[in-house]
Design a protein around this ligand. Sequence first.
Ligand code: GAL
Length: 335
Amino acid sequence: MKKIIALLLSALMVMSLFAGCGKKDDGGKASDGDGEKGTIGVCIYKFDDAFMTTYRNSLEEILKGKGYKVSVVDGNNDQAKQNEQINTFISQGVQALIINPVMTSAADQIISTVKDAGIPTVLINREPTAEQMAAYDKLVYVGCDAAQSGTFQGELILDTANKGDINGDGKVSYIMIQGDPENIDAQLRTEYSVKALKDAGVEVEQLNLTRGDWDRNRGQEIAANDLAQFGDQIEVIFCNNDDMAIGALQAIQAAGRKVNEDIYLVGVDALDAALNEVKNGNMTGTVLNDAVGQATEAVNQMEKLLSGTTYSEGNQSVYVPYVKVTPDNVGDFMS
Ligand code: GAL
């Protein structure tokens, strides 16, 4: 009998928990309380970004698959425009927001806007500081540990026959093609790729570092200029992402150089194009930036927020692991 009463009591507690959540978290008119799901507003920093295209398509598919209505908007790399889009979503009464900020420096503004509106929010791809996020307990960041991807890039070079020192002069001479330097992914990949070499006791020489803003054409232009200027001195081209690496590969080929024979080339993201080049030996390696995994986790965290979970400082970042991609395991990532 005692057992039955205990069971009944716990069932009641669970039911009241859910009832509480429903009232607390329906985000206004978007959820009607009878199980129908509301609209989720998704803000992407710009649609014209190869990696974020895979990511947003995946987000949309997962959300729709779960029965949400989804509105995905293009910030056109313009923070003022994205701020307006966030305000519009709020006035439309969306149930939750998933935001890929245009500028990391806009985090405070974005967080205070969603906090004032009381909208559960998942930030993605551009990580604010823990202190910034602590301002709002219905806010969580989903992304990856950017330092890890840099370390993996360095390890890809360390794993080559001559640890990157193709000409045997005792040091690895490289150029760095950087993403948007305002982005922590660009900062940490730049730092940690080289740090991995130094930590392994390898001497390094930076011939050039240029911002390519994650863009394929910029990657091609920068690599072409550097190859013209530094020629055979360049042993490694580090690119903060694959799209720039694919551009750099075009320049490498145009200069008559051969990846893995007289130059090494690494990227991050594991875009389909890069996986093909790793397979064909035209890229030394890349690092999986798991768009599907992050989209899945972003939706999972959004649903946790919707069911009443709150966060406090220090536990507001959820990381999806990066994975090193080499010719040996590239098949595992190709569809
Ligand atoms: C990075 C990704 C880049 C670019 C950037 C946008 O994580 O590796 O390719 O999409 O995010 O912020």
